[in-house]
Ligand binder design. Structure first.
Ligand SMILES: *[C@@H]1O[C@H](CO)[C@@H](O)[C@H](O)[C@H]1NC(C)=O
Ligand SMILES: *[C@@H]1O[C@H](CO)[C@@H](O)[C@H](O)[C@H]1NC(C)=O
Ligand SMILES: *[C@@H]1O[C@H](CO)[C@@H](O)[C@H](O)[C@H]1NC(C)=O
Ligand SMILES: *[C@@H]1O[C@H](CO)[C@@H](O)[C@H](O)[C@H]1NC(C)=O
Length: 335
């Protein structure tokens, strides 16, 4: 073995990081700045400047480019001392595809505007934090986004109508915030089938736009809002809906003529609305219905069809209506 090579081997043994570091210096610089801006929280204790940042917790480097493509700061312990706002330096990780802040109750302030620079982003996942302010319009410019999940925060304002411009979005989850205003009609312009729409536990009001009938996602949850009017455009035998939850709104439409996706539907919850008419016989053809609730629709009337899955559910799926027949008491002759 030549002397030079021998020296190299010794250097590797003595200074393994310096010679074998995969981490890109720009990414390392941005991450150390981010740690500083967060005031050195315990959760980032492994971010030691003398070590390869590809080995740090909460990040992942791409195998080929060695650039940071995942930043996932998720706490499993409620007493995490990470506090303050999302640092601006998060925008200096240009190869980031997956960004997660999860279970950080002391993370506050708005969704950081520098996130608009992360054009490779596929997933933004900010959940169970103290983040407030609006759902930013700039998300519509991040064309690679596949998942937007901003559940369990304190976001307010309206849903940006521009989000329909995201061609690859498969899931839009804005549930459990303080969002107000209508569901924008432009969301019906998502490329079909459109993303799962999880908008529950907000203060959304007004009608469900008819344009949403053009979409066909697997999951729609608009429960616990203040939506009113007709929702029948969300039903149909040719859809592939699995979960449809419209409970606890002020929706008012005739249930009798509706058709259902008999192969796919497993969850239908309409409780606490003002839906009228009868339970359609078409519902008995839904093979895999596992959850069904029409309670507290005081104007629903007539006999519950005695077939299919409809007797699987107990009286609490049907109570506070004018329905009769199993699992409710038998209909009297007046029915
Ligand atoms: C969080 O805790 C670590 C370790 O106890 C400490 O070094 C750090 O300064 C704390 N950070 C904040 C923002 O309180
Ligand atoms: C969307 O997904 C397709 C197919 O996976 C991919 O080719 C494309 O680059 C993605 N991004 C955009 C902006 O269309
Ligand atoms: C909805 O609005 C009411 C009345 O303004 C308020 O009390 C309630 O907390 C709001 N709910 C949400 C989820 O923001
Ligand atoms: C149906 O909804 C009502 C009202 O929220 C609730 O009391 C009942 O437990 C629900 N039934 C089922 C089976 O979920």
């Amino acid at each position: 073995m030549g002397r030079t090579l021998m020296l190299g081997v010794w250097l590797l043994v003595l200074f393994p990081v310096a010679l074998s570091e995969r981490c890109h210096p720009d990414d390392k610089k941005a991450l150390l700045q981010l740690k500083k801006e967060l005031k050195n929280p315990y959760i980032l204790a492994s971010w030691n400047p003398n070590e390869d940042c590809c080995e740090w917790y909460c990040v992942k480097c791409d195998e080929k480019t060695n650039r940071i493509y995942v930043l996932d700061i998720s706490s499993s312990v409620p007493e995490t001392n990470l506090s303050g706002q999302i640092p601006p330096s998060v925008g200096d990780l240009p190869y980031l595809e997956y960004l997660t802040f999860h279970k950080l109750p002391h993370l506050v302030g708005p969704i950081q505007p520098t996130i608009a620079k992360l054009t490779k982003l596929k997933s933004i996942f900010i959940t169970y934090t103290g983040i407030s302010g609006p759902v930013p319009h700039f998300l519509a410019q991040l064309k690679n986004l596949e998942l937007i999940k901003l559940s369990f925060n304190s976001l307010s304002g309206t849903i940006p109508g521009s989000l329909y411009q995201l061609p690859n979005l498969t899931s839009l989850q804005l549930d459990r915030n303080h969002l107000t205003g209508p569901i924008p009609g432009s969301l019906g312009s998502f490329k079909k089938p459109g993303p799962d729409l999880i908008l529950s536990h907000n203060n959304l009001s007004g009608p469900i736009p008819a344009s949403l009938g053009k979409l066909d996602p697997e999951r729609i949850d608009l429960s616990r809002n203040k939506l009113e009017g007709d929702a029948s455009i969300l039903f149909g035998s040719n859809k592939r809906t699995q979960i449809l939850d419209l409970s606890r709104n002020m929706l008012e439409f005739d249930f009798s003529p509706l058709k259902f996706p008999s192969k796919s539907l497993i969850w239908l919850d309409l409780n606490h609305n003002n839906i009228y008419g009868t339970i359609p016989v078409a519902l008995t053809k839904v093979e895999n219905l596992q959850h069904f609730n029409v309670s507290y629709n005081h104007r629903l009337t007539g006999k519950i069809p005695q077939a299919g899955q409809l007797q699987r559910f107990d009286k609490y799926s049907y109570f506070h209506t004018k329905l009769c027949g199993s699992p409710l008491p038998p209909c009297n002759n007046n029915h």
